[in-house]
Design a protein around this ligand. Structure first.
Ligand SMILES: *Cc1c(COP(=O)(O)O)cnc(C)c1O
Length: 387
C-alpha cells in the first residue's frame, strides 16, 4: 500500500495538485505571520475578525477558569454544560428559529442531521457544488443521492416530481463556498412545499455575514418555514469553532435522540460555547462590522478591473477570481506572496476542472487600504503573468 500511495502522491505533485500547509505563527488575522513571513491575508473564513477579538478571548479565558478545559463526556452523559445550553438558546434566537443544537464541527453536524433523518428508502436532492460534508452525509445515510446542476431549480423540480421516496430532503449551501453566490432560498422553500420535501440549509458562509446584524441567510431573504433545517458553522464568521443546527423543536429533539455524530462524541470544551455567546452578543450589539465588510465588498467589485481573468458574480465576502489552469492559479498565488499578500489558489477536485481560481475572502478585519493594495497587485500580476 505504501508504494501505491507514494506513486499517487508523485502523480499529484506532477499535476500541480499537491497541497502543502503553511505554518501559522500568529493569530488568525488580516496581517499574519506564516512560515516566518508577514503577510496580508485574504485567505481565512474569519469574515468579521472575531477569531482574535479581545471580548471573545476574555470570555474564553474566564470560561476556562470556571468550567475547565475538556468537555469530559458526551452531551447525553454529563458533558452538556450550561455554557452549551446558553449558546444553543442564543444562536436559535439570533437566527429566529425555535430550537438549536450544538455540534463539534460543521462536518459532523451535516453528517449527523442527514443520517438521522433519512434512511435507505429516502431521497436527497443536492446542488452539484455543495460542500464535501453534505455529499459524505448522503453516503452515510444510504439514501438515493440526486445531484442537480449548480443552481438549476428546473432540474431540481424534475427530480423532486419524479421521486416517490417517503422522505425527501433538499440540501444546499446557502452561500457556495468556492463561488460566493447565494442559493435562492424562497424558491427552494416553495419547491419543498409543493413536493413535500424538507430543506437543509448549510449557512457556513452566510451566518455572521448576511442579513440583519449577520443573522444569516434566513434574515437576508426574510424567509421562515417549518420545512427549513438550518445549519451554520461557528469557526468562520463567529470566530470560534463548532456548528449548530436550528429549526422545529421536534426535529431538534429527534436529533438529540438519534444523531450519531451528536451522541457518540465528547462535548466540545464549554469555554468554546461561552465564547460563541459573546460572538453573538458582539454581532447583536454592533452592526459596524457588517457595514464595513459590505463597503469593502462593494469597493473590491467596483475597482477591480481585470482584462482576461474574471471575478465571479458574488455579493458575499467570497470573491473568487477564475484564471482557468491550475498552473496559472498557482503562479498567481505565488506572485502575490512575493508582494506580501496571501490568497489561496483553489484547484480541482475542490472546484471543477479548468476553473482553478484565486479565492479572495474579505473580512471586516481588513482596512480599505488593504483592499486597495490587493487590487493594485492583482492588476500588476495580470500584466506580468499574461505578458
Ligand atoms: C466549512 C464548511 C463546513 C464544515 O464546517 P466545519 O465546522 O469547519 O467542520 C460545512 N459546510 C460548508 C459549506 C463549509 O464551508
Amino acid at each position: 500500500m505504501i508504494a501505491q500511495l507514494n506513486a499517487e502522491l508523485a502523480e499529484r505533485a506532477q499535476a500541480g495538485l499537491k497541497r502543502k500547509r503553511r505554518l501559522l505563527q500568529s493569530p488568525q488575522a488580516a496581517h499574519l505571520v506564516a512560515d516566518g513571513q508577514c503577510l496580508l491575508s485574504f485567505a481565512s473564513n474569519d469574515y468579521l475578525g472575531l477569531a482574535n477579538h479581545p471580548d471573545l478571548i476574555l470570555a474564553f479565558q474566564q470560561a476556562a477558569q470556571v468550567a475547565g478545559v475538556g468537555g469530559g463526556a458526551s452531551h447525553l452523559i454529563t458533558g452538556h454544560h450550561q455554557f452549551h445550553h446558553e449558546a444553543e438558546q442564543a444562536l436559535a434566537s439570533f437566527v429566529g428559529l425555535p430550537a438549536g443544537l450544538l455540534f463539534s464541527t460543521g462536518y459532523m453536524a451535516n453528517m449527523g442531521v442527514v443520517a438521522a433523518l433519512l434512511g435507505r428508502n429516502d431521497a436527497i436532492f443536492a446542488d452539484k457544488l455543495n460542500h464535501a460534508s453534505l455529499n459524505d452525509a448522503a453516503v452515510l445515510a444510504r439514501a438515493a443521492l440526486n445531484r442537480y446542476a449548480h443552481q438549476d431549480l428546473a432540474q431540481l423540480e424534475q427530480m423532486l416530481a419524479a421521486s416517490n421516496a417517503p422522505r425527501k430532503l433538499v440540501i444546499v449551501d446557502a452561500v457556495f463556498s468556492m463561488d460566493g453566490d447565494i442559493a435562492p432560498v424562497p424558491a427552494l422553500v416553495a419547491l419543498c412545499e409543493k413536493h413535500d420535501a424538507y430543506l437543509l440549509l448549510d449557512d457556513a458562509h452566510g451566518f455572521g455575514v448576511l442579513g440583519n446584524h449577520g443573522r444569516g441567510i434566513l434574515s437576508h431573504f426574510n424567509v421562515i418555514s417549518p420545512r427549513i433545517i438550518y445549519m451554520a458553522t461557528l469557526g468562520k464568521a463567529a470566530g470560534v469553532a463548532g456548528a449548530f443546527v436550528a429549526g422545529d423543536e421536534t426535529i431538534i429533539e429527534y436529533l438529540i435522540q438519534s444523531a450519531k455524530t451528536y451522541i457518540y462524541t465528547t462535548a466540545s470544551p464549554p469555554a468554546l460555547a461561552a465564547a460563541v455567546v459573546v460572538a453573538v452578543d458582539v454581532m447583536q450589539r454592533d452592526d459596524a462590522f457588517h457595514q464595513h465588510l459590505r463597503e469593502l465588498i462593494a469597493y473590491f467589485k467596483e475597482n477591480l478591473n481585470l482584462k482576461k481573468w474574471h471575478l465571479m458574480p458574488s455579493d458575499t465576502a467570497i470573491q473568487p477570481i477564475v484564471v482557468g489552469s491550475n498552473e496559472t492559479a498557482i503562479r498567481l498565488s505565488e506572485y502575490l506572496v512575493t508582494r506580501g499578500i496571501l490568497v489561496p489558489a483553489i484547484r480541482p477536485p475542490t472546484v471543477p476542472r479548468n476553473t482553478a481560481r484565486l479565492r479572495v475572502s474579505l473580512s471586516a478585519a481588513h482596512r480599505l487600504d488593504d483592499v486597495q493594495l490587493l487590487i493594485q497587485y492583482l492588476h500588476e500580476a495580470e500584466q506580468v503573468l499574461l505578458a
